[in-house]
Design a protein around this ligand. Sequence first.
Ligand code: WTA
Length: 677
Amino acid sequence: MTEKANVETSEAEIAVHMQEEAYFYPPRDFVAQANMTDESIYDRFSLDNFPNCFKEYADMLDWYEYWDEILDTSDAPCYKWFKGGKINASYNCIDRHLPKNKNKTAIHFVPELEEDAVQHITYQELYVRVNEMAALLRDFAGLKRGDRVTLHLPMSAELPITMLACARLGVIHSQVFGGFSGKAAGDRIEDSGSRVLITMDSYYRGGKLLDHKKKAEEAVAKAAEDGQVVDKVLIWQRYPGKYSAATPIVEGRDFMINDVLKDFYGVRVEPERMNAEDPLFLMYTSGTTGKPKGCQHGTGGYLAYVTGTSKYVQDIHPEDVYWCMADIGWITGHSYIVYGPLSLCASSVIYEGIPNYPDPGRPWRIAQNLDVNIFHTAPTAIRALRKIGPDEPAKYNYKFKHMTTVGEPIEPEVWKWYYKVVGKEKAAIVDTWWQTETGGFLCSTLPGISPMKPGSAGMAVPGIHPIILDDEGKELPRGAGKAGNICIQNPWPGMFQTIWGDRDRFVTNYFARYCKNPKSKDWRDWPYLTGDAAVEAPDGYYRILGRIDDVINVSGHRLGTKELESAALVVEEVAEAAVVPVKDDIKGVVPDLYVALKPGFDASDAIAKKIMDALISEIGPIAKPRKVWIVPDMPKTRSGKIMRRVLAALSNNNDVGDVMTLANPDVVELIKNQVQK
Ligand code: WTA
């Protein structure tokens, strides 16, 4: 209940009506063992100590040669971190752990089929396999330092093995999410100029063994059409020694990695001494329009940043069993399944399949059996598990000390379920806000220092200094509770170096808007535009409202879609909610609200009314949607994000465009029949 809806807001502001939630404090036993409990870290990483503060992260790594300049801004906003330093990421994630920890599990690979054995790969075994693969890439595939290679691999132990083999040679890997189409892989092959594609014959998803090799054919064809020839396709086998796909092998182009590896048994490859600023990998952002952007991440800066944040924010200790349920095909997987955790010598869990196979208890069985103590996932997965198996976590005996949420704003209701039911009120939770471009976390509480606030990412992490700007570039007062465009004032080691092959686009997309002097070599003149809308509360906690484009302007009140969705989720029956703008002659736009219900509830006018009332009472009459559509499911991307663009097209009677890349394209037709009758 709030009167706040009547507060005047100017055109440039986004009305914020959400109540600030109460704090939750991290459990005492968590704090007692936490890596970082010293509040002075925020002083050490203050702007006054920038950029030298990041030495602390670089010192967590082993360098062949130390750098002579911590930050070179001579080509701003393309920065060079730790210039002059020489380092190898594969060495830091493997070799340096061998003297003390060679028998420790580096990777637990959990196949989707429960009857298949879990593989526990020690650091020694990882060392052997990465070396042999590196030898194969060098001597059989002819890859060398600076070359790009496209990986289109499913969740498997072979994926990090391939990445680390590339890193050992200084070959720039570009892993494309396995669920993406062959065509999407082809676009990225062309853009990166890869002549080698590394794939797998098949993998399990939802209990079915999918023919993944089929996509390699599409990818190679698409790349060729665009002018990039792939001369070798290297194929891992899901079951080594047995080809498990129906798609034929192309003689002279396709090679089974397991066969070729036999020639490299026992070979060791000396890690390349890379310059700190040499690229480590490309990660294409999954933009829905335009050419995909290859975010180029460097070696020394990136590795230092993901190691430092894995230690302080993820609280990873070498003895932890850490499970991030994201896909390695996304930045989350690169930074916080592979590079960060392995650099810290943790055991990292890789799960092949979907969380609810064969039933929604699966994640908690995995957690119980491997004794996972750090768990990391996205709100979309949390909402799905809450929807289909709300009582499952209680049936299993695991204990998480720490849990993470990433990728979208989390509604406070969902956060509380995560905390109480999944975490059994025993875990510290971090809500980590960041992007493919940023390499690592931007905002999050430090779990051993600050309390948690549901729905709020928390303060900026050490060394990140956000500002919220209005449309004119004026800074909003700190802690004002007003929303605007959140930018980062300073560079940091994990940020991408450029867009592969397109520096202009890098500058235009991310810096041009607020840069006053495009010739400047001073980082202070180059605030980084995240593209998100956010609000800073008086306590310095940031709440991310979503992409700037997702803001809805109703009669001059700019409403964050997320706060409307959060209000809908207060209604007990609601599992998921999405708000989209509909054109309206009078108000400009009005919100349309889509909801999916938890199992066991049927759509009814009574529920629709209850939801409508909740929005009005939680936010105010201004938030009243044109209509509440109760739909069977939300259209979603393969990474689980709700496709508001598709819903908006349906609501506005526009063409939905190509929906075949969605995880559930069929649902679009169902919703269309409902909405456009
Ligand atoms: C959103 C994922 C709110 C945000 C690591 C950002 C979030 C985009 C959060 C980047 C969070 C990510 N709270 N929103 N904790 N984390 N986002 O590139 O809009 O896949 O700009 O990187 O996701 O998505 P990306």
